[in-house]
Design a protein around this ligand. Structure first.
Ligand code: PLP
Length: 436
């Protein structure tokens, strides 16, 4: 039964009584009610407004309800709402062509999936089929999605209860602030992380390794920008042993770092690119794998044992075409670069200098993290109850944050204006002044 006027309370109770939530024990949840959104703003049924500094799950790169993307989805729904993947379809072909236009030279085709996890799943499968090898190496500080191989490739603790896929090994990726290598500068961190990876490859058996899977810039793990030379070094190690390099651009791709792909910040070219989220801002779920020429040639006369009913779903494809065209026409990637590396990065540095609770700020584009500590010298992470209080206070003051462990990820849509950044930073500053 629907009440005459929908209220926050009605939607909240509807959810609590009927919806089973992700990554949670179900008993003690209080989901925030969201009724609508536009641009960087969202609101509830009482009219309370929020500035979205989370981009939801870091996916609404183009902001909420961009009229051109909504119109494209509506037009496609009117024309053909679904079609089997085996057919040739205009929206699918146009979407693939546009994605390839942003990929480096040497990438030829796009395999579409429903989201990021199954994109990694299929990239892993392609790498295994292409190399005839089994193992996938990936980083402990990573998230690659919640399906069979993707969650086991994931490094973060969500892997452990889900470890049912075989053929995976992990290594430590660089993270100078909490170095696993006793490093005191970027050069040491880079050199030692590469030496460690070299040893892991040797010990796992180079000829058994199909691919190294890495987020170009690990996102959920806290914007761990690789030190200069690291990804290039990983590429060299992979090449020495005939191992493929898969770069997961699900969170960092399509404008988030102020580039179309985050690996453009480095001098590296992968063999497979995995994408989702920002490709159409999640208006209709979509993900995929961009496949390089040698791998395409292999599958010209070898069967690819993989597929999905909704691979290249026309509503998602129409959303991709409109999103990428609009991002280009409206200079949205440049905006993420200019605003993100300007007023946002500068403002976060000032906040870090002012508040002892901030151990480090790092990031690029609209992809930043504030790492909160209870003690700057020991770098002890701020405990969960204090983080929960901060999150509550930010929401109370109208800022939607993305809080992970002891970090606030500052990830507004790529369209964010300088005025909106200043508004968000002022709320952050305010809340951190009373936290600790
Ligand atoms: N890869 C990365 C880097 C991600 O950040 C995520 C999700 O956050 C995924 C893969 C999984 O994507 P999805 O949740 O769309 O399956």
């Amino acid at each position: 039964m629907t009440p005459d006027a929908v209220s926050n309370e009605y939607v909240y109770q509807l959810d609590r009584q009927n919806v089973f939530h992700s990554w949670s024990s179900q008993g003690n949840l209080s989901p925030l009610v969201i009724a609508g959104g536009r641009g960087c703003k969202m609101w509830d049924y009482s009219g309370k407004e929020y500035l979205d500094f989370s981009s939801q799950l870091v996916n609404t790169n183009i902001g909420h309800q961009h009229p051109k993307v909504i119109a494209a989805i509506q037009a496609q729904a009117g024309e053909l709402a679904t079609v089997a993947p085996a057919h040739a379809n205009l929206a699918r072909g146009e979407a693939a062509k546009r994605i390839l236009a942003h990929a480096p030279q040497g990438f030829e085709k796009v395999f579409f999936t429903n989201a990021g996890a199954d994109a990694n799943e299929n990239a892993i499968r392609m790498a295994r089929a292409y190399t005839g090898r089994d193992k996938i190496l990936s980083a402990y500080r990573s998230y690659h999605g919640n399906t069979g191989a993707a969650i086991v490739a994931t490094g973060d603790p969500r892997r452990v209860p889900n470890e049912f896929a075989r053929g995976h090994a992990h290594f430590f990726n660089p993270y100078l602030y909490r170095s696993d290598f006793w490093a005191s500068n970027e050069e040491e961190e880079c050199e030692r992380a590469l030496m460690h990876l070299k040893r892991v490859i040797e010990c796992e058996g180079p000829k058994s390794i199909a691919a190294i899977l890495l987020e170009s810039i690990p996102g959920t793990a806290g914007m761990l920008i690789p030190p200069k030379g690291y990804l290039e070094g990983v590429r060299r190690l992979a090449d020495q042993h005939g191992i493929l390099l898969i770069l997961d651009e699900v969170m960092a791709g399509f404008g988030r770092t102020g580039r179309w792909f985050a690996f453009e910040h480095f001098n590296v070219k992968p063999d497979l690119i995995v994408f989702a989220k920002g490709v159409n801002s999640g208006y209709v779920p979509a993900g995929g794998v961009v496949v390089s020429e040698p791998i395409c040639r292999h599958f010209d006369d070898h069967m690819f044992f993989g597929g999905l009913t909704y691979s290249g779903h026309p509503l998602a494809m129409a959303a991709i075409v409109a999103t990428l065209d609009t991002m280009e026409a409206e200079g949205i990637v440049d905006n993420a670069d200019r605003v993100g590396n300007g007023v946002l990065a500068d403002g976060l540095k000032q906040i870090a200098e002012k508040h002892a609770i901030v151990g480090e700020t790092r990031g690029v584009g609209v992809f930043h993290a504030l790492e909160l500590v209870s003690d700057r010298d020991s770098r002890a992470p701020l405990p969960a109850p204090a983080m929960a209080k901060i999150k509550g206070a930010l929401i109370e003051k109208g800022l939607l944050p993305f809080v992970v462990e002891n970090r606030i990820h500052v990830v507004p849509p790529c369209i964010v204006s300088e005025a909106e950044v200043e508004q968000g930073l002022s709320i952050l500053d305010d809340v951190l002044s009373t936290a600790g």
